[in-house]
Each structure stands twice: as structure tokens, then as C-alpha cells.
Design a protein around this ligand. Structure first.
Ligand code: ZN
Length: 176
């Protein structure tokens, strides 16, 4: 069974099929430098390295990363690097240290201190929401790109279908 090396991706060769879902699996490049490029793109733990069996599913490549062979097979282009829907495991998470410490004046009453701490807590929540929002925007952009990709694939397929039906028609006419 082939599993996708992207840590939050559940695609495996058992669960998905090329014909049904259009998902294909691609082994890491043999070239050392390109292999390292893919490993970095995985955005996994610092010490993670690929094995000869590691593969990435086609969901993480853009449509321009693929080309069709003359026999209609979908191949990954040599310079492709996975970049779509990669795990955010190493996204910088906002920490308390980013905000200056709460300033407490000796003359502050207990209530003022409480309020100051409350403000800080809300600031932290706001910051983490901002961060989440950013991630959502990022994935929205990626999905939009993917949608465009799909649209152009559909157009391409319709074109192929039209030309084959034309060819069939032509063949019919010739054989009659
Ligand atoms: Zn995947």
C-alpha cells in the first residue's frame, strides 16, 4: 500500500483509485537535491526524511505540474514540487512572547489588574483568530487555484471528447 507523505493527507492507494478519484501517487525524486526540495515542501518535523517508498499523492500538485503522454497517461513534470494542501505543522503559532508583558503599575487596584489581564487574554485570542483566518484565506486561495485547474481540465476533456466523436462520425461516414 502506498500512503501519501503529507502528514494530514489520508490518501492511500487502497482508499483511492486512479480511475475513480483521479488520484495518482508519485515517488520522491531520485536526484538528491530535488528529493531534499520535496522533503522540505512536506513541512514535516525537522528530522523527517523520505524513504525509497515515500510518495506524494496528486492532490498536492498543480495541474501545470502534469502533462499527458501521447498514450494519454498523466505524468508528473520533472520540475514539479508538491505545494498544495501541505500540512501546516510548522506554521509559526503565535505565542505570548510576541505581545509585550502586561504592565502593572504599583498604584493599580486589583480590579484594574484583573481588567488588564482580561484585555491581554482577549488580545491573545484575537491574535490566534487572526492567525487561523490567515490559514483559511491561504487554503481558500489554494482551492480557488485548484478550481481553475479543474475547469481547464474539464474544458480539455470536452475538447478531447468532441474531437473523438467527430472522428467517430467521420469514420462512420467513411465506412458507409
Ligand atoms: Zn496526499
Amino acid at each position: 500500500m502506498v500512503c501519501c507523505a503529507v502528514s494530514n493527507c489520508k490518501n492511500t492507494s487502497v482508499k483511492t483509485s486512479k480511475n475513480k478519484d483521479g488520484i495518482t501517487f508519485h515517488r520522491f525524486p531520485r536526484d538528491k537535491e530535488r528529493r531534499r526540495q520535496w522533503e522540505r515542501a512536506m513541512n514535516r518535523e525537522e528530522e523527517w526524511r523520505s524513504s525509497p517508498f515515500s510518495a506524494v499523492c496528486s492532490e498536492h500538485f498543480g495541474c501545470t505540474d502534469f502533462y499527458l503522454t501521447d498514450s494519454g497517461l498523466r505524468r508528473l513534470s520533472v520540475n514539479a514540487v508538491p505545494c498544495i494542501n501541505i500540512s501546516p505543522c510548522q506554521e509559526p503559532v503565535p505565542t505570548i512572547s510576541r505581545l509585550p508583558p502586561v504592565y502593572i503599575d504599583p498604584s493599580d487596584t486589583e480590579e484594574v489588574i484583573k481588567l488588564k489581564n482580561k484585555v491581554r487574554r482577549l488580545e491573545m485570542i484575537a491574535e490566534s483568530r487572526k492567525h487561523k483566518l490567515n490559514l483559511v484565506w491561504q487554503s481558500r486561495r489554494r482551492l480557488k487555484k485548484k478550481l481553475e485547474c479543474m475547469k481547464c481540465m474539464v474544458k480539455h476533456l470536452i475538447k478531447i471528447k468532441d474531437s473523438t466523436s467527430l472522428a467517430e462520425q467521420y469514420n462512420c461516414e467513411v465506412s458507409h
